[in-house]
Ligand binder design. Structure first.
Ligand SMILES: Nc1ncnc2c1ncn2[C@@H]1O[C@H](COP(=O)(O)OP(=O)(O)O)[C@@H](O)[C@H]1O
Ligand SMILES: [Mg+2]
Length: 360
């Protein structure tokens, strides 16, 4: 009993030291629209925390509440252990220096050079010019734009502009970086390079990053944990690989649609719910069982009991996450049952999607 109590106490202490962001039952309403409808979450130091949802879900409102640009109607927001909910503008100022932010449209000042843009937060803080410029040069080096110090934003590509945005956000050495759709205006290749820069900075500086996006690919590439938000509520939350492996809600499944195997349309179109020659079955699994031997073992145990239709093994946060579709002949009901039993015993999630009426 004693040892249990002390272990719990150590756990609680550890958590209070390491939590950078905590929201407790946060509400924000615009007229009849509940933009945030009871949000609670907790983000640890050094984490990349992704928040995903459709347009209008409440993502921007949530991120704006974190740096005091938006007020919560109700609930508590703690940043680095400090409750910011009741703070006035003057008290929010030092807090905002602990938080950097990057935006979809970069928000650079077009009349200022790259280094002036980057040094601007330091100028506002009253840092001397020589020191500001020194810091700007360091940051340009960090984001790979050392040769652009004197350039103006108009002469830069979108990816370069976002690198400047990232450098500016880091100027005041924040504890937290907020990203609101920072790659949504960029092409896929530039998106990858910006995400890899953010990951790099996260590793090098131990910087906590909260990233909001409507693209699962962004979450997949960079986030450690993800929360899915819909109509102002968190409908699902967890380690990215685990949410990808076993999404619980229709909204998450639909956000995942483009990046995990789906039954090909022409097969889905001819499925019947009442019967057919083959049952089409989805097989989902993650972790060690997903590493490959499963279907070889199944074929050895129950010869000619199935064929592979579609699917593959992905790796998310170094975890194998597999999703396959198989067809199982229905002429031998016992065999079909054995296939399902075999897969279930190996921790796969198995779902009969319907029966293929056409396949010969
Ligand atoms: N300043 C505002 N005034 C009125 N309605 C707003 C305002 N900001 C956001 N909303 C509404 O709140 C909801 C959530 O918006 P937002 O947080 O911008 O969503 P997202 O970033 O996920 O697209 C939407 O219905 C939006 O129209
Ligand atoms: Mg938004």
């Amino acid at each position: 009993m004693n040892s249990f109590v002390s272990a719990a106490a150590i756990g609680a202490k550890h958590e209070s030291l390491e939590t950078v962001v905590r929201l407790t039952d946060v509400y924000r309403r615009f007229g009849a629209t509940p933009a945030l409808d009871g949000i609670s979450l907790s983000i640890a130091k050094g984490e990349i925390f992704g928040i995903i949802g459709r347009s209008g879900a409440g993502k921007s409102t949530l991120i704006r509440c974190l740096n005091g640009l938006e007020r919560a109607d109700r609930g508590e927001i703690d940043i680095e252990g400090r409750n910011i909910t009741g703070l006035g503008e003057r008290d929010l100022q030092p807090l905002r220096q602990r938080i950097g932010m990057i935006f979809q449209h970069f928000n650079l000042l077009s009349a200022k050079t790259v280094e002036e843009n980057i040094a601007l937060p330091l100028k506002i803080e009253g840092v001397a010019k020589a020191e500001r410029l020194k810091r700007a040069r360091e940051l340009l080096d960090l984001v790979g734009l050392s040769d652009k110090a004197r350039a103006y934003p108009a002469s830069l590509s979108g990816g370069q502009k976002q690198r400047v945005g990232i450098a500016r956000a880091l100027a005041a050495r924040p504890a937290l970086l907020l990203s609101d759709e920072a790659t949504s205006a960029l092409d896929p290749e530039t998106t990858r390079s910006i995400l890899s820069l953010l990951k790099d900075i996260n590793r090098k500086l131990g910087l906590t990053i909260v990233l909001i996006t409507h693209e699962m690919e962004v979450i997949r590439t960079i986030a450690d944990r993800v929360a899915v938000i819909d109509a102002g509520k968190i409908v699902e939350e967890g380690q990215v690989w685990s949410v990808f492996a076993n999404p619980q809600t229709a909204i998450t499944k639909s956000l995942l649609c483009g990046i995990r195997p789906q039954l090909p349309d022409h097969i889905a179109a001819r499925l019947s719910q009442t019967g057919g020659r083959e049952a089409i079955i989805s097989v989902d699994l993650a972790g060690s069982e997903a590493q490959g031997a499963l279907f070889a073992d199944l074929a050895a145990e129950l010869p000619q009991a199935f064929r592979l239709v579609h699917g593959g093994i992905d790796h998310i946060q170094s975890q194998p996450v597999a999703r396959f579709f198989i067809a199982v002949p229905t002429r031998n009901l016992k065999l079909a049952g054995q296939v399902q039993q075999f897969l279930t015993a190996r921790s796969a999630r198995v779902e009969v999607l319907g029966y293929d009426t056409d396949h010969a």
